[in-house]
Design a protein around this ligand. Sequence first.
Ligand code: B12
Ligand code: SF4
Length: 476
Amino acid sequence: MRILLIKPKATLPTVLALQGFQCLEPLELGYLAAVVPAGHEVRVLDLRLHRFPDWTLKRELGHFQPDLVGFTAYSHESGHLKRLAGLVRRLLPKTRIVVGGHHATVAPDDCNIPALDYIVRGEGCSPFRALIAALTKGAEPEGISHLLFAGDRYDPAAAAEWPRYPDPETLPLPRRDLWNARAYSCIWACENPRHWQVLFPPVAMARTSYGCKMVCSFCIVPLLCGGVHQPRPAEVVAEELARIQADHVYFSDDENFIDEAYGFELAEALARRGVKKRYFAWTRATTVLHSPELLRRWREIGLDGVFVGFEFATNQELKAACKGGTVAHNERAHETLRQLGIACHAAFMIRPEYGHAEFARLRDYVNAMPPAQCSFTVCTPSPGTADYAAVRPGFWCGDAYELHDCMHPLTPTALPLREFGGLFARQIAEAGRRHPLRVQRHLTRPWELARIVVADRQYQQAFRNLYRDYPRELWD
Ligand code: B12
Ligand code: SF4
């Protein structure tokens, strides 16, 4: 069979603007490609890299004539996914079309459309392998767990069951030979960068584990992984990282260091193999405080920065979100990271209910923090969570999947939408002045500086124009 795996391009200006700072490998498609047996031809088409995605897709379909097309999609890409699937169906009516990935996992009903044949939920390697085996024999893929038929055979009862993640030992090593590694990069922060340091190096993405033991109420991960953190075998990860060409690796784990013993085991496996990379990981403030020695060890083997969900500037909000940490934890973790020489990316959330006072409170808080790279999203519960079910009746745009990028409020804002977006943009601009590179006046290559200035301007603009992504009657 000829198999084409596709990652759609976002349509929301916010996500497109975010891509100015980071565009990472389509790792999910590399995993799927790795289970395609020899004898089949597989290609990856990352439409994020193309200016005219529809035209690119049509050209690829014409040249490659795939027998099976696989789409991945986040919820905000769901509209585009459906349109592209319709295009494939029209141009190649005999081609089978399967969708998987995050949107299919959390909203299978929304994927039950005539343009799709199969819906895969949760980790896709095993169902995808079984699907190919069935189609190769000319049979329908019967009885494959986590695979649903779209159309008449759609099974709502099976769709109501939450898929479970498999033993990570069963995962293959992802194929990275199917894309141009140099096309993927992200802004790379370190605590004490050298002058003229490359700010947008080529970056590979890798997964060492899935899941998290915590239960933050807005987050989908506890539901996806049943509150369990499952690491991949350390030697296998070390083997994968040793083969990666890029010097910089962005981990796609939900929480990299929550399992202290595993964190040390992986660090030693990497050190033993002499793997020398720069790393960026996601962790919790409470993990930093619980395991500073682990972070120190990772700093020694190349950890440059961590993304920490600070979420809110008040204990009341942190408690309401069941974050399991306080503002003091965040502040102490930030201090610990700075002492260890690890850059802190502090991520905050803004709630739709914020008025002028709450925006001012957050601004004052961030302005008073020691220098950090800060980012802001809108607190948006994930489809599938209890928080989502609770707020859903108040949505102002139907199911709102296409606005689900954690940057668009899904429920009415206290301030007029236009003003909300303006204050959001102001928050981004002010926090940008507290970025360590700006505070320390680091010398930057002029073309990289220009890239940051342009990306920053587009990002702020996307928030100023946020209201335009909604029906006109909601603008003011
Ligand atoms: C790493 C990560 C990122 C990275 C990189 C993503 C990338 N490649 O561009 C960064 C930080 C850039 C990022 C950005 C964003 N992210 Co993100 N991200 C994640 C995270 C933590 C892991 C995703 C990942 O890469 N996992 C590793 C890969 C290998 O696994 P996977 O994607 O799950 O794929 C497997 C299965 O899903 C399945 N599968 C996937 N596709 C397909 C297709 C087929 C055909 C089949 C059969 C199976 C299949 O098999 C795959 C193989 O193992 C998840 C949380 C999570 N636990 O899923 C959030 C998550 C996916 N992100 C999310 C969001 C909202 C975003 C942003 C919009 C957030 C923002 N405002 O900044 C942006 C948008 C980026 C974009 N361009 O669209 C949401 C999606 C929610 C939703 N309902 O869609 C998640 C779930 C987190 C959350 N808040 O709930 N993200
Ligand atoms: S927000 Fe982070 S710490 Fe909380 S459950 Fe999700 S992954 Fe875990």
